[in-house]
Design a protein around this ligand. Structure first.
Ligand SMILES: O=C([C@H](O)CO)[C@H](O)[C@H](O)COP(=O)(O)O
Length: 205
């Protein structure tokens, strides 16, 4: 499955790219910067405009787990993100309230040491994002995905970080359920065509 990540865009650009890519994507991610710009209103607007697509709010919550999770999920997101390096209590509170709302939490593994993966499982984490951060993507070859290789034994895996038709093979080894694709689609001259191309190359589920 494909999640289009809408980052560093205006609201109008986010809507236009979602419309152009609609038939090739499974999840719409409202990116962290877009949420910072427009707040929960953009999640409400996307819920209203795109009632049949899963919406992920990339809140990147690292404290106040309950409050931020409620904010995003009550605004209409199906999934909200919490950082794996946050305090255990933050993660527990987010998962608990998401369950009460019949929704999900995706834990972002950015900068999370491998030794913490087992603890995340014990905390009840089910969805994780194996992520190479925007600021380290230029050194991506140095950031081996090796540390993420066993995640699929314990979690539903999302992968993110500079995914394109050229790099998709590296991520395939992690047996992900969802490929999160940002810049390759959103910076393309034709985002609809780019989303069709990436859909062709990711493994069929
Ligand atoms: O989560 C992301 C990043 O931290 C910026 O907020 C991106 O959504 C994710 O990395 C996917 O975008 P690309 O790396 O441009 O594919």
């Amino acid at each position: 499955m494909i999640q289009v990540a809408l980052d560093r865009l205006t609201k109008e650009e986010c809507i236009s790219i979602t419309e152009q890519t609609y038939n090739h994507i499974d999840y719409i991610e409202i990116g962290t910067g877009v949420i910072k710009e427009y707040g929960m209103d953009i999640i409400r607007e996307f819920r209203h405009r795109f009632p049949y697509k899963k919406i992920v709010a990339d809140m990147k919550t690292c404290d106040a787990g309950k409050d931020e999770t409620v904010q995003a999920l009550e605004a209409g997101a199906d999934i909200t993100t919490v950082m794996g390096f946050a305090h255990d209590q933050t993660i527990l509170d987010s998962i608990k309230i998401a369950k009460e709302l019949n929704k999900r939490v995706l834990v972002d593994l950015l900068e999370v040491p491998v030794e913490r993966f087992q603890r995340l499982k014990e905390l009840g984490v089910e969805l994780v994002s194996a992520h190479i951060g925007k600021d380290t993507q230029v050194q991506a070859e140095r950031y081996s995905l090796e540390r993420y290789k066993s995640l699929s034994d314990d979690f539903t895996v999302f992968v993110a970080g500079g995914i394109s038709p050229e790099s998709v093979q590296r991520f395939e080894k992690l047996k992900p359920d969802v490929f999160i694709v940002g810049g390759y689609i959103t910076s393309a001259a034709n985002p609809g065509k780019a989303s069709a191309t990436i859909k062709e190359v990711i493994p069929k589920t």
